[in-house]
Design a protein around this ligand. Structure first.
Ligand code: FMN
Length: 196
C-alpha cells in the first residue's frame, strides 16, 4: 500500500499515462515475493536455489495475481472501482528502487482503488469455446474471434479505440519489454546460467 503521496507522485511521473496512480483513493502494488522464503531458508541454514528455474517465479507470480484478484473482488463488493496497473513493469527497475525492494522481489502490478465517477457497463466476454476447453484442447475457427470483434464493435465503449484483435496483434508485434528479463536476472529471481 503506497501511503506516501510523494512516492505516488514519483510513480505517476514514471508512468504519466496512468494518472489514477495519484488520483485514486488508495494505491496498492502487488509484489511477487521470493525474499520471504529466502529468510526461511536462511533460518534453517538451507540452500536457496530459486533462481535456477522459472517454476518458483511462476508460483510467486500466481500467488501475487491471486491476491490482486481477491483485492479486485473485495473492492467491487464494497461498491468501489479499481484499475489494474500492469504498465508499472515498463519501468520495473525504477519502481523497485523507489520501493527499496531487495533482491528476489518483483513488482507485478499496481491497483488503483476509488469511487467510480462513471458507471461502466460489463464488457462482453470472449465466446466460451475460445476460453473453456473440456478435457483436452479443442481448436476453434478464427471466426469465433471475429465474432467477438463484432460484439465489441457493437458494444462501442469509448475507451476501446481499436478492434479487440488488432489491439493484441499490435501489442505482441511491438518489441517486448526486455527490461523485465534484465530485472529478474539482476535481482537474482531467475538466472539459469549462473555458475554455482
Ligand atoms: C494484467 C492487467 C494489466 C493492466 N494494466 C493496465 C494499465 O497499466 N493501465 C490501465 O489503465 N489499465 C490497465 N489494465 C486495465 C484494463 O485496461 C481494463 O480496463 C480492465 O482490465 C477492465 O477490463 P474489463 O472491462 O475487461 O474487466 C490492466 C488489466 C489487467 C488485467
Amino acid at each position: 500500500m503506497i501511503q506516501d503521496r510523494q512516492l505516488r507522485e514519483k510513480l505517476v511521473a514514471l508512468n504519466p499515462s496512468n494518472p489514477h496512480i495519484l488520483k485514486s483513493s488508495a494505491f496498492l502494488i502487488f509484489v511477487a515475493d521470493l525474499k520471504r522464503t529466502e529468510k526461511v531458508a536462511q533460518h534453517y541454514d538451507r540452500a536457496y536455489q530459486t533462481e535456477m528455474s522459472l517454476d518458483p517465479l511462476l508460483t510467486a507470480v500466481t500467488d501475487t495475481a491471486l491476491a490482486l484478484e481477491n483485492a479486485v473482488v473485495a473492492t467491487e463488493s464494497l461498491g468501489l472501482g479499481c484499475v489494474v496497473v500492469g504498465s508499472l513493469r515498463r519501468q520495473i527497475d525504477q519502481v523497485a528502487t523507489l520501493l527499496k525492494l531487495p533482491d528476489h522481489m518483483l513488482p507485478l502490478a499496481g491497483l488503483a482503488i476509488g469511487k467510480p465517477i462513471t458507471e461502466m457497463k460489463v464488457k462482453p466476454r470472449l465466446p466460451q469455446k475460445v476460453v473453456v476447453h473440456y478435457d483436452t484442447y479443442q481448436d476453434y475457427d478464427y471466426q469465433a474471434i471475429e465474432q467477438y470483434d463484432q460484439t465489441m464493435e457493437a458494444f462501442a465503449e469509448a475507451r476501446e479505440t481499436k478492434r479487440w484483435s488488432v489491439k493484441f496483434a499490435d501489442y505482441f508485434a511491438a518489441e517486448p519489454n526486455f527490461l523485465v528479463d534484465k530485472f529478474i536476472q539482476m535481482k537474482k529471481i531467475y538466472q539459469p546460467n549462473k555458475k554455482v
